[in-house]
Design a protein around this ligand. Structure first.
Ligand code: IPE
Ligand code: IPE
Ligand code: MG
Length: 254
């Protein structure tokens, strides 16, 4: 093991040599799973094939996260803006939880993983909601990794929704305006039960947050990984965790 200076760019071989510090695994890792369409395009396949392959990556990464002792894994699966995509693509993505959970639920149960969601789930097609609810129900007593799918999720919509429910409580005199602080406001967000992510990973080389957890990522470390999501694997996840472990988090202090 060797220490590196904060600003030093890490070469691949440095990272390979470095051991993962199992005492410094982020509790909460959030991932923007991007690049499914480009993966398919590279292979002259329809975009939906990329989404299918992306689902296989979700399985691999969930297992790895569980093995590593990550406590919360939030995966951005469908944004409030993704409805603008062609109808057949949206329809296919909506069928994925049904397919995914049919084949993967027994393994999730065996691994003690608890399935949860953030996002406007009730606006999804009925069959999608049913599959998600079944997975939540069957894993609700599990105490291991919390696997949180962000489905029909948007950070701005979440804040608007949270502000509305806060306002309703103020109006009902359950709360006074002077009680409102950051914790009170964020307790009205969908992510209320979870700590903020220490680490955000976005695959496919894009460097933006696309309306994901815009409040919660205030002090997260961002890692932009070049792999397209279907090509992302355990090795890449480990690489990201090592890069994270070499970051110095300061939270505005010195
Ligand atoms: C991410 O892959 C999955 C979803 C947004 C549902 P994309 O479908 O955005 O893939 P690219 O960005 O077009 O390659
Ligand atoms: C973000 O990816 C949403 C998900 C991964 C679900 P997009 O592909 O939709 O984001 P933009 O359009 O590139 O910002
Ligand atoms: Mg994309």
């Amino acid at each position: 093991m060797f220490k590196k200076s904060r600003n030093k760019k890490q070469s691949q071989s440095n990272l390979d040599q470095q051991e993962l510090d199992l005492h410094n695994i982020p509790k909460h890792v959030a991932i923007i799973m991007d690049g499914n369409g480009r993966w398919a395009k590279q292979r002259k396949l329809p975009r939906i094939k990329g989404h299918y392959q992306g689902m296989q990556t979700v399985k691999k990464i969930t297992k790895e996260a569980s093995n590593l002792g990550i406590e919360y894994l939030t995966l951005y699966a469908f944004s409030t803006e993704n409805w603008t995509r062609p109808e057949n693509e949206v329809k296919y993505i909506m069928s994925l939880p049904v397919n995914f959970l049919k084949t993967f639920l027994p393994e999730l149960i065996e691994k003690n993983v608890k399935v949860e969601t953030i996002g406007f789930i009730d606006d999804l097609p009925q069959s999608t909601v049913k599959a998600i609810n079944k997975a939540k129900e069957e894993t609700k007593h599990n105490t291991g990794l919390k696997l949180i799918f962000a489905m029909n999720y948007g950070g701005r919509a979440e804040i608007v929704d949270g502000v509305k429910s806060l306002y309703r409580r103020l109006e009902a005199n359950e709360l006074s305006i002077d009680d409102v602080d950051e914790d009170v406001l964020s307790s009205h967000f969908m992510t209320q039960p979870y700590p903020d992510p220490e680490l955000l990973i976005r695959t496919s080389g894009e460097q933006r947050i696309s309306n994901f957890l815009i409040w919660q990522l205030s002090y997260s470390e961002f890692i932009f990984n070049e792999k397209l999501w279907p090509d992302f694997d355990s090795e890449e996840l480990l690489k990201c965790l090592k890069i994270y472990q070499n970051r110095q988090r300061r939270f505005g202090g010195l």
